[in-house]
Design a protein around this ligand. Structure first.
Ligand code: CTP
Ligand code: MG
Length: 235
């Protein structure tokens, strides 16, 4: 095996995936947590677990809403070549990641954080983000921005137009060196509450964060329209 293959094989063996599925799915309005909602005939989170297993990542910890552990086990615990554990999530996404990381054990060297709400993720995107950690503290899936982005004041008047060629819309998976993520998540509650993604916590601590271009369909299911679109892609 060439050295680079051996290195990526090693990274896979020492990695753990965290799937955050502890949100309430209010904007979807399905009356149950989003990760459990059926899409393409299966619970939404199951698609991500399949991609994780197909990427060769040996373990996953799924954060689910408090009180939903048994339901999650029943819906998601299937015959996958994957060590699977469930933990209770927290009030914010960062808290859910922190609870899952605590359950991941001390031996993981790389952690891949992924939203259960992105069921179109591919195994290749997991392996590419993990590989991009070789020269970064975090490597994050991202899509090039295709709309022109303008910034406006509170009065609705445009103040500037940003250079689109340098703009990326950030998604998941997000890969981290485990130590870097542990330190980032040790920030105070006020800081965690502001974080819409974990990579921002690494950025603010001066870490190197690299973007990894995603395939087009890795969008997040947020609204009923998104669910219908995902259903048509995942059948
Ligand atoms: N998430 C989580 N813990 C939270 C909040 C969110 O694990 N306290 C997870 C969600 O389950 C989802 C991902 O983070 O997989 C992205 O969040 P979002 O799309 O906002 O999902 P929800 O919070 O469930 O949806 P909504 O905001 O509409 O209630
Ligand atoms: Mg939310």
């Amino acid at each position: 095996m060439p050295p680079t293959d051996r290195a990526s094989e090693q990274a896979l063996l020492q990695s753990v995936a965290i799937v955050v599925a502890a949100g309430s799915g209010e904007r979807l309005g399905a009356g149950r947590p989003k990760g459990f909602v059926a899409v393409g005939g299966r619970p939404m989170a199951a698609w991500s677990l399949d991609a994780i297993a197909a990427a060769g990542i040996p373990r996953a910890v799924v954060a689910v809403p408090p009180g939903h552990g048994a339901a999650a086990e029943e819906l998601l615990h299937r015959e996958l070549p994957l060590g699977l554990a469930f933990v209770e999530g927290g009030a914010t996404r960062s808290e859910s990641v922190r609870n899952a990381l605590a359950a991941a054990g001390p031996d993981a060297e790389a952690v891949l954080v992924h939203d259960a709400a992105r069921p179109m993720v591919t195994p290749g995107l997991f392996t590419r983000t993990l590989a991009a950690l070789a020269d970064a503290d975090a490597a994050i899936a991202a899509a090039r921005v295709t709309d022109t982005i303008k910034e406006a004041g509170a009065d609705g008047i445009v103040v500037r137009t940003h250079d689109r060629s340098r703009l990326w819309a950030i998604q998941t998976p997000q890969a981290f060196r485990a130590e870097v993520l542990r330190k980032a998540l040790a920030a105070g509650e006020d800081v965690l509450a502001q974080a819409t993604d974990d990579a921002w916590l690494v950025e603010r601590a001066g870490g190197i964060v690299r973007v990894v271009e995603s395939p087009a369909a890795n969008f997040k299911v947020t609204t009923p329209h998104d669910l219908a679109l995902a259903g048509s892609l995942l059948c």
